[in-house]
Design a binder for this molecule. Structure first.
Ligand code: 4NP
Length: 148
């Protein structure tokens, strides 16, 4: 799960997907990262932590990290939250082969529509709940597509 700062959308996606995988007894692993070095090593944004806690998911242990080219080997699927992250991943991919495993996350739910997971960073608490709702639906679609 990839976003810009790795402190809002992608750690929320990571935590929620991990719970969904755990709920169905999957052994798939999930991680998240970003492209903005400013927050490296930081815990998720306090608003993201609070929203996730309200849904029973503790993401406070996550530490933000940057996307690394090794991630193309480490993971079978790589999902970007928005078009900018997708572009960042593409610049690092070095070719078509690595991009086969990359898509916008919400395209799993609405194929080909290129919808994005809204960035709640500059908004208020409602934005985090809205982001959670989008992630919840998209990750259910991901589980249906790849885990059943
Ligand atoms: P995220 O949100 O990409 O969902 O983690 C943001 C976090 C930090 C910034 C922007 C978006 N920032 O500009 O520092």
């Amino acid at each position: 799960m990839v976003c810009l700062g790795n402190i809002c959308r992608s750690p929320m996606a990571e935590g929620l997907l991990r719970r969904k995988l755990n709920d169905i007894g999957s052994r798939s692993t999930v991680d998240s990262c970003g492209f903005e070095p400013y927050h490296i090593g930081d815990s998720p944004d306090a608003r993201a932590q609070k929203t996730m806690m309200e849904h029973g998911i503790d993401i406070c242990g996550h530490k933000a990290r940057l996307f690394h080219p090794d991630d193309f080997n480490e993971f079978d699927l790589i999902f970007a939250m928005d078009k900018f992250n997708y572009g960042d991943i593409k610049r690092m991919a070095g070719g078509e082969e690595n991009m086969k495993k990359v898509d916008l996350l919400v395209n799993v739910l609405y194929p080909g529509e290129n919808r994005v997971v809204p960035d709640p960073y500059y908004g208020n608490a409602d934005g985090f709940e809205n982001t959670y709702a989008v992630l919840d639906k998209a990750l259910d679609a991901l589980i249906s597509k790849y885990e059943k």
